[in-house]
Every structure is written in C-alpha cells, then in structure tokens.
Design a protein around this ligand. Sequence first.
Ligand code: PGA
Length: 254
Amino acid sequence: MRKKIVAGNWKMNLSLNEAFNLIDALVENLQLGILKNTKVIVAPSFAFLHPISGRLRNTIALAAQNCSENNNGAYTGDVSAEMLKDCNVSYVILGHSERRKYHFESDEQINLKLKKALSTNLIPIFCIGETIEERESNKYFQVVKTQLIKGLADINLSNASNIIIAYEPVWAIGTGKTATPQQAQEMHAFIRNEIKNLYNDLLANTIHILYGGSCNAQNALELFKCEDIDGGLIGGASLKANDFIKIIEAAEKA
Ligand code: PGA
C-alpha cells in the first residue's frame, strides 16, 4: 500500500508574513494528529525556506522549487542542492513546466539536476506533462515517455522512496481545467508501466506518482481515489490554509 503525498507548490507567491500565517495555520491543524496515511510537503520560495523551516514542528516536510545541477561556483542567482540541505530541505521540485517554459530547461539539464539532487540525498519531485497541442494531436503518451526516459537517463534507482514523479498536464496548470480522473488515471498507469520497463516491478509498484494541475478541494477526492494516483502537487489551492487542509483530508479519505 502506497501512502498518499500532498505537496503544496507556493511558486512566487506570498510575503514572509503571509507565509508564516499559512504555515502556522497548517501546522496547528496537523498537530492535532489527524494524519495516518498522508505525507504533507510545502515548497516556499528559496528566500523563505530557512525561516519557514523553524516553524514546522515535524508535521510538514520542506521542498525547494528548483536547484542547480552544479556543486558551487560562479553561478549568479543559482542555489545548490547542498545549500538546500543546510536549510532543512528534504525534497526538490525539478522539471516543472514553468522552469521548462520560462527558463528553457531541457530534459538533459533536468537529468543533471535529478542526478545532483539524488547524490545530495534530496528527494526530487520530478514533473512531466504534455501541452494542449500535444494532447490534441494525440502525442501525449509519447511526449511523457520521452520526458521520463531522458529525465531518468543513467539514473540508477534502488529504492522508490528516493524519487517522486508528478504528472502535470501543462494545459491544466493554473487554468482551472483539471484532467478528468479517467484522463489522469490513464496517464498514471502508463507512467507506472514505463517505470516498470525502465526499472522493475517492485519499483513501479512502490513509486509515488502525484497528479498536478488545478487540483482543488472539490476535485481532489475523486482524483486521489484512482488506483495509480498517489496524491497531488498543488499550486493555487495550496495558498489558502482551509483549501489545502481539505485536500489533505481528501488524501486521508481516498
Ligand atoms: P495549480 O499548479 O494547482 O495552480 O494548477 C500546480 C503546479 O503547477 O504544480
């Protein structure tokens, strides 16, 4: 049985005060001990990782939204995996479609970042997903397969808990257009099968595959009930404590 994972991707949102208020509300709620079967992760901006890390009280794990593929050196504006470890970060989102689109991150660069994160003992949340054009031209399975194969090239995974995959159809991110549970389940099953082809049955059966893209308090339960959906990567709906808690409760229930 795979546990559920709910991860909030705050993107470039919230002031420090707003971030403190949000995390304090979440921690207060989760400290009541309601969670048996769900892991909760939040990904604030780099600037707030360290201040937020002091307020988590072992209820929530911390993720960064990106990291450099390099160790250290003259890379102005970049943040290394080691620096994230120093801020009590355990997870790192890599290959998000916004990084691919606005920062031209290629599958090859994402592969290097995944290797760097893994060798630093950070758990990557590796994002893949097709655009609307790719879906409408029926190329979506091939696109996702290529992202998986190139992203994971030469990566030897011995344990499924070392990585999380997030299927995020680009057309669903921030648009209010969620994939239907059927569309999401179909792709998650496909991804699990590709992991089996790349690695083995055990890894495929135990790896977590999250859904992301306009997942919210209303649609989370239906999505999370699907056999191959192990939780969600949540953008907009992770910025309000009440909504995010409802999504966490949906994961517990599913
Ligand atoms: P969204 O974002 O929930 O706002 O669609 C999800 C994501 O980009 O991770």
